[in-house]
Design a protein around this ligand. Structure first.
Ligand SMILES: CC(C)=CCC/C(C)=C/COP(=O)(O)O
Length: 266
């Protein structure tokens, strides 16, 4: 088997044609061979940040080499993460179809899905707001409603920017979706589950078993997204993180009787 240097020598007329090894081998080469590769690297150094006169660019070559290697290394790391993500998501998608290994649990998983859907949460919160007869209760419920609406908005914005398609093994039979819900990053159910559970744990007086149930619900809703084949693992992990951040934002923007006096009159 030829050594990397020999293979490079064999392709020295075409430095980009070394079976994808060009990025790594550039670190092993001496200055003469670096100058051979200059046309390939000049694309990166064309940016205003790197544009220098030709004499100083010769001295900068080793540094440029590192800068060329870093994006490439990052690219490989990201591609590997993506591959693991896709493989793990497919493996965990055990309820994606009726015929899947846990297909019989699919109806139950779809109930879990509805328990984390935006419509029941918004409708239920509006009903509680209407029924609430204390100013303190109204304040908490109004902020929960604000949190739920903010969540839908932020998730729609991120989904619209990232535009990551749902896994190919997903069957798009979800109840009440928006157009951005054809995208999967981040999981809206995971953001809502993380945000609502944190909200409830911090603002409602709950017995310990109920607190544990709330935490378990958030975990099961998030896990069910991957098991149903709706999402990749990274969509859910990021969604859970984003939900926690959204809760912190709601705390920061907390609506009080001072900010919205009319709503708090009983
Ligand atoms: C129609 C309303 C009020 C909310 C949409 C809720 C929904 C369908 C979110 C998508 O969740 P995933 O991103 O987890 O699939």
């Amino acid at each position: 088997m030829p050594s990397p240097r020999i293979s490079r020598a064999a392709t020295s007329g075409n430095p980009n044609n070394a079976n994808g090894r060009f990025e790594f081998m550039s670190l092993l080469t001496n200055k003469t061979s670096l100058s051979e590769q200059a046309p390939a690297r000049l694309r990166t150094s064309d940016s205003p940040v790197h544009r220098k006169d030709s004499s100083s660019s010769q001295q900068q070559l080793p540094e440029e080499d590192c800068m060329k290697l870093n994006p490439s290394f990052l690219g490989i790391a990201l591609r590997s993460l993506l591959a693991v993500d896709l493989w793990l998501s497919k493996t965990m998608g055990v309820c994606a179809r009726e015929g899947s290994s846990w297909g019989s649990a699919r109806p139950m998983m779809k109930l879990v899905e509805i328990s984390g859907h935006g419509i029941p949460w918004i409708a239920g919160t509006m009903y509680c707001l209407y029924k609430s007869d204390s100013s303190a209760g109204r304040e908490v419920i109004l902020n929960l409603l604000f949190a739920l609406l903010l969540d839908i908005l932020l998730v729609a914005v991120v989904k619209g920017i990232v535009k990551r398609r749902r896994p190919i093994h997903n069957r798009m039979d979800m109840f009440a979706t928006f157009s951005v819900d054809k995208y999967s990053f981040p999981s809206g159910h995971a953001t809502r589950a993380a945000m609502v559970s944190r909200f409830m744990l911090n603002h409602l007086v709950l017995a310990v078993p109920v607190r544990i149930l709330v935490m378990l619900w958030a975990i099961v809703v998030s896990l069910s997204r991957v098991m149903l084949g709706r999402h990749n693992v990274t969509d859910v992990l990021f969604g859970f993180f984003m939900g926690h951040m959204q809760y912190s934002l709601v705390e920061y923007l907390w609506l009080s009787p001072n900010t919205l006096p009319a709503l708090f009159k009983i």
